[in-house]
Ligand binder design. Structure first.
Ligand code: COA
Length: 257
């Protein structure tokens, strides 16, 4: 349990809110655990017909907690990495997943959107996947889904250079369904969720299963996770995490890859 994920259920819509605004909703292992538990439980809960993901404060989420990356890179961590359960849960969920995104969506904040069925962005949304800046590799099947969605050239630029995609580009490239003024973000999301909640849920689930091959996605997730875990322990990643903690730019050029 963590106070940093708020879970509310109303009118068949389960809303999961990243609630750690003082740390820009950076997601901790405990938060991934709570998200995974809620999404897995929703799969067999007839009362939940739609799941909404959103964040408190001025941004959706700054991605994985970088301090925890550093901690998990040490041998001191021997617990379960709940991020894997969360990613697998969103890849396998047959309920409609709807996201409401304001401000930045960094790293997994963006890659989770590729598993959402309906993405509403505020005009100030900025999607970025700076995994290489942290000497890591992209996750959540994004190495498959991002090039499919936006083309190889744009995906490579986002992954390698960490370039952000703004709301207009995300709409144009098919990463998002709607862009609305920030003041209308949650009302628009609630209206979409309410419409989806009234539709025949069996038909929606079957449509989603036909559109998304969960086995292909989870195989890609496994390949990425293995590479990610190995990268966490590299000198390059240690330098990236130290630089983040010390609020300075990283220096990679003197390190072996
Ligand atoms: N992990 C841990 N803490 C984070 C974090 C993250 N991913 N992102 C932000 N924070 C913390 C900051 O360290 C800071 O903590 P402090 O107040 O104790 O110093 C606090 O949240 C506010 O962040 P700050 O950087 O001051 O906000 P900002 O608006 O200037 O910048 C970001 C926001 C998202 C651009 C910037 O915080 C950032 O680049 N974060 C890292 C993103 C990242 O690399 N995520 C992983 C991707 S794989």
């Amino acid at each position: 349990m963590t106070e940093h994920i708020k879970i509310e259920s109303k009118d068949h819509v389960l809303t999961l809110t990243f609630a750690r605004p003082d740390k820009k909703n950076a997601i901790t292992n405990a938060m991934y655990g709570a998200l995974a538990d809620a999404i897995i439980a929703a799969e067999t809960d007839a009362a939940t017909r739609v799941i909404v993901l959103r964040g408190e404060g001025d941004m959706f989420t700054a991605g994985n907690d970088v301090g925890e990356f550093a901690m998990m890179a040490t041998d001191a961590f021997n617990g379960e990495r709940h991020v894997s359960r969360f990613v697998e849960a969103i890849a396998r969920s047959t309920k409609p997943l709807v996201a409401a995104v304001q401000g930045r969506a960094v790293g997994i904040g963006t890659t989770m959107l590729l598993h959402c069925d309906f993405v509403v962005l505020a005009e100030d949304a900025q999607l970025s996947t700076p995994f290489v800046n942290l000497a890591l590799v992209p996750e959540a099947a994004s190495t498959l889904l991002m090039p499919l969605r936006v083309g190889y050239a744009r995906a490579y630029e986002m992954f390698a250079l960490g370039e952000a995609m703004d709301a207009r580009a995300a709409l144009q490239l098919g990463v998002a369904n709607r862009v609305v003024p920030l003041s209308r973000l949650h009302a628009e999301t609630a209206s979409v969720a309410a419409r989806l909640a009234k539709l025949p849920s069996g038909s929606l689930a079957a449509t989603k299963r036909l559109m998304r091959n969960a086995e292909v996605l989870t195989a890609q997730i496994s390949a990425e996770s293995e590479c990610f875990a190995a990268r966490l322990k590299t000198a390059e990643a240690r330098e990236a995490f130290s630089a983040f903690a010390e609020k300075r730019p990283p220096e990679f050029t003197k390190l072996a890859s």
